[in-house]
Design a protein around this ligand. Sequence first.
Ligand SMILES: NC(=O)c1ccc[n+]([C@@H]2O[C@H](COP(=O)([O-])OP(=O)(O)OC[C@H]3O[C@@H](n4cnc5c(N)ncnc54)[C@H](O)[C@@H]3O)[C@@H](O)[C@H]2O)c1
Length: 339
Amino acid sequence: MEKVKLGIVGLGRLGREHAANINYNIINAELAAVCSAVPEEVESVMKEMNPGYGTTDYMEMFNDKNLDGIVIASNSAFHCKMICDAANAGVKNIYCEKPLGMTLEEIDLIKETVEKNNMNIFQIGYNRRFDQALMSMKEKIDAGFIGKPILIKLVNRDPEWNREALLKFSPTSGGLVFDMLTHDYDVARWLIGSDAETLYGIGGAYGYEGLAELNDIDNCIISIGFENGVMGYMETSRNATYGYHVEYEVFGTEGSLRLGTTPNKDRVVSMNRNGVTTECVKSFFEFWLPTFEAELQDFVDCIQNGKQPKAGLEDAYKAVQWAFAAKEAVDKRTVVSMK
Ligand SMILES: NC(=O)c1ccc[n+]([C@@H]2O[C@H](COP(=O)([O-])OP(=O)(O)OC[C@H]3O[C@@H](n4cnc5c(N)ncnc54)[C@H](O)[C@@H]3O)[C@@H](O)[C@H]2O)c1
């Protein structure tokens, strides 16, 4: 079977990882073209991975009819322009990193443009849907293992940030409620199989001086009333001194499913005169590493077999809608209706 030829735009923190997965790990894919606005990044990937060609002009790739699909791993602020440019140039298969866009106007424009151009596959980078444990939880929920779901709980804590780095990152990322919780919005609606009807939130800037002036916060709690009656709450933080920490629980009429209640790095328990310790996972990257390969493997399989992705345009769109409603709920400390 012919390999699926992919071009990738964005070779930064995540894009380089995606390029390496395509090149080394996904056997039915070929890294055919790479692009970055930073020429040194292009040169470095060309030297290490030897793809077909490298460019700093992404339109060269979007106009290349030899490519079967495009992976967009640029900064979130460019997703809208790049998706629309690709779709209008006739690209039929796109994988794009989350979030879909930075404003409600952007996601409307993307939806309209993608639909108008009759694309085959549009996949959004909600990699947690490819985590083995979360997939198992989802299967058990759907099979009725916990009976009727009553409540979902999501915890998402980043390791403590360097203050200067956070103040620099905050304005371009969209902030805690918009950016950091984006995966949780998707996981919540995927596991429960329903959208939010109402969102309420509180939060604040507890740990980083200067963050509030940027209209951002470092901790919050959001409560969710789902359309199907399930209750939910999520808490998030940028102040976990001990490392990276995620937890999920879905509690139902017949039982409960839990994941990640202690963020152990591995199964080693170390004992000496100072006591008993276990190491903690240090970053999101370490915790979710296998999912980055799995989601791109799925994109390639979707192109090859004509199936639809696990997280598509509608999921991408809904998560951004949740993000804006949650932001309003936290900013105004009010209940926001999604209807
Ligand atoms: N799924 C996850 O867990 C996860 C984790 C981290 C980042 N992300 C997402 O991945 C995306 C990239 O994040 P990152 O941390 O890798 O960013 P980064 O800043 O490290 O890299 C961005 C890349 O985009 C390229 N780029 C920007 N504008 C361009 C243009 N006009 N033409 C060509 N290249 C251009 C830059 O040159 C760079 O290579 C973001 O949308 C982010 O939200 C997702």
